[in-house]
Design a protein around this ligand. Structure first.
Ligand code: MCA
Ligand code: AMP
Length: 503
């Protein structure tokens, strides 16, 4: 039996080598990883999970949660991670759309989620932040020697929901080879070896922390410090014995402000990677002045994994995302027609390669609309290629806010606000925020005589939207600015409120 991704992970594993260490000093070797993921795969099978079935997972970050991802690969299931911040209202949509056979949640969420899962033909098991729960209990009585399911390169490994540009969230279908090919490319490009020790402080329900950080570590036989969440003090302490950090720009903004960030503190580190949102040139400069390290910025998407990277050797140019990765074709086109533009001109970034996903789950029309006839995927990001071949992202063609590396789709927030009594209409925008890069901001038009205030709007969103999607500020205006076509001019609003979070 061949299992495309897990066979490669297994081949890179030395049983006695350390795979995970936690802040409390608990350790898991690669041998433990193979044993535990095998037992968990056995438990999945006994719960009725067959190859191709979805397994939705909304749990706190823990070594056992990573083992569950690996168990899904081995059982041939399609792993569907969900942000821990999602509310029950949001979960209802994902579970209804993906129809998972099994939903794994924190014990605290069990009762609420069970009703939703069962309504869609699924069962619920639990996994808590310390690695306890019903799923791990079940795994304890399973044989470690699990016969891995046969999975080809093109079989699905995961579905990750992403905001997209229109309508509800779409499930991006990622195959075993999408994940394997990209992780191998990054491993080689970033010179990962078994001697590396990664500081893993990203959440594991998105591409960055799950596929980039974890798969690259696994395929190098390297080790990682697994932190429940990012903490600047803790990260600096771990730099004494680590070699690589991967983070979103907010990590670096917070580190640059930390008095402990010095040349001496980072002397043992060989690589700092940033991605998921634009890294300000001033953060790149500040970091390099304090440490002598040039942060390596790269660019990716849920649908495509990683597309470009600054070079390992050579100039890591602030404000650029570097060159297309080996095997990835990237072009800049006229957004309307798809006609390729010469270098230097700004247009739509399009990519093609083994990294690009298979399509959106049960949405063939949406999938077709986002690909050109020759197989290039239309990213929705606007960019240009400079004279040296570096890619610059200059904006987004899609209406998207990125806050602390999390994506917020304004329409989703607007729909919630527009549904509140006393609201005529609203516009949700992202404006510069010193910590999160962009701060979600709502501009609302009240109905005549309505006494609705900022607090009432925020209270109304509490149980509806994940915390990071909730506006940091709600502002009231008499009218929204519109162009002659009647379209709300979000650029005007962004200019008006540009300094809202400054200083
Ligand atoms: C937390 N809060 C946020 C965010 N995170 N608000 C807006 N945006 C956020 N990202 C809320 C908290 O609930 C809290 O609210 C308040 O803001 C302050 O929380 P704080 O303790 O400062 O935040 P934190 O817990 O330290 O989290 C910030 C963080 C975290 C470390 C930047 O958001 C994070 O780990 N982000 C990484 C996201 C990521 O992995 N993205 C990759 C996506 P209150 O005080 O009211 O409770 S993959 C991707 O984009 C593509 C493929 C790619 O290229 O990688
Ligand atoms: P996601 O939907 O979480 O996959 O987010 C992908 C989006 O994040 C991309 O389409 C870009 O808009 C943005 N992104 C990722 N990396 C970078 C980067 N290094 N610089 C600017 N934007 C980025």
């Amino acid at each position: 039996m061949a299992n495309h991704l897990f066979d490669a992970i297994r081949a890179a594993a030395t049983p006695e080598a350390v795979f995970i260490e936690t802040a409390e000093g608990r350790r898991w070797t690669y041998g433990d990883m193979i044993r535990l993921s095998g037992q968990m795969a056995g438990a999945l099978r006994r719960l009725g999970v067959a190859p191709g079935d979805r397994v939705a997972v909304q749990v706190e970050k823990s070594p056992e949660a990573l083992m569950l991802y690996l168990a899904c690969l081995r059982a041939g299931a399609v792993y569907l991670p969900l942000n821990t911040a999602y509310t029950l209202a949001e979960l209802d949509y994902f579970i209804g759309d993906a129809e998972p056979r099994l939903v794994v949640v924190d014990p605290k969420a069990r009762d609420g989620v069970a009703a939703i899962a069962e309504a869609h033909g699924g069962v619920v098991e639990t996994l808590d932040a310390t690695g306890g729960g019903s799923l791990v209990q079940r795994a304890g009585s399973e044989d470690a020697d699990f016969p891995d399911a046969d999975r080809e390169a093109d079989d699905l490994a995961a579905i990750l929901y992403t905001s997209g540009t229109t309508g509800r969230s779409k499930g991006a279908m990622l195959t075993h080879d999408n994940l394997l090919s990209n992780a191998l490319t990054l491993r080689d490009h970033w010179r990962f070896t078994s001697a590396d020790r990664l500081i893993h402080a990203l959440p594991i329900f998105h591409t960055h922390g799950l596929f980039v950080a974890s798969n690259v570590t696994l395929l190098s036989g390297a080790s990682m410090y697994l932190l429940a969440k990012f903490d600047a003090d803790e990260t600096l302490k771990l730099m004494e014995s680590a070699t690589v950090l991967m983070g979103v720009p907010t990590f670096y903004v917070r580190l640059v402000q930390h008095p402990g960030l010095t040349r001496a503190a980072t002397a043992g580190m060989r690589l700092f990677v940033s991605g998921s949102a634009p890294l300000l040139a001033e953060t790149h400069r500040g970091f390099s002045e304090k440490t002598g390290h040039a942060i390596l910025e790269r660019y990716g998407m849920t649908e495509t994994n990683m597309n470009t990277s600054n070079p390992y050797d050579g100039d890591r140019v602030a404000g650029t995302v570097g060159f297309p990765l080996p095997g990835v074709s990237l072009r800049v086109t006229e957004p309307e027609t798809g006609k390729p533009l010469p270098d230097g001109e700004t247009g739509m970034i399009e990519v093609r390669g083994p990294n690009v996903f298979k399509g959106y789950w049960r949405m063939p029309e949406k999938t077709a609309a986002e690909f050109r006839a020759d197989g290039f995927f239309i990213t929705g990001d606007l960019g240009r290629i400079d004279g040296r071949g570096y890619v610059h992202i200059v904006g987004r063609g899609k209406d998207l806010v990125i806050s602390g590396g999390y994506n917020i789709y304004p329409k989703e927030v607007e729909a919630e606000i527009d549904g509140m009594p006393g609201v005529v209409e609203s516009a949700v925008i992202g404006v510069p925020h010193p910590d999160f890069g962009e701060g979600v901001t709502a501009v609302v038009v009240r109905a005549k005589g309505s006494a609705l205030d900022e607090k009432a709007v925020l209270d109304g969103l509490k149980d509806r939207l994940a915390r990071y999607k909730q506006p940091k500020r709600v502002l009231f205006v008499d009218d929204l600015p519109r162009n002659t076509m009647g379209k709300v001019q979000k650029n005007v609003l962004r200019e008006t409120y540009a300094d809202l979070y400054a200083g």
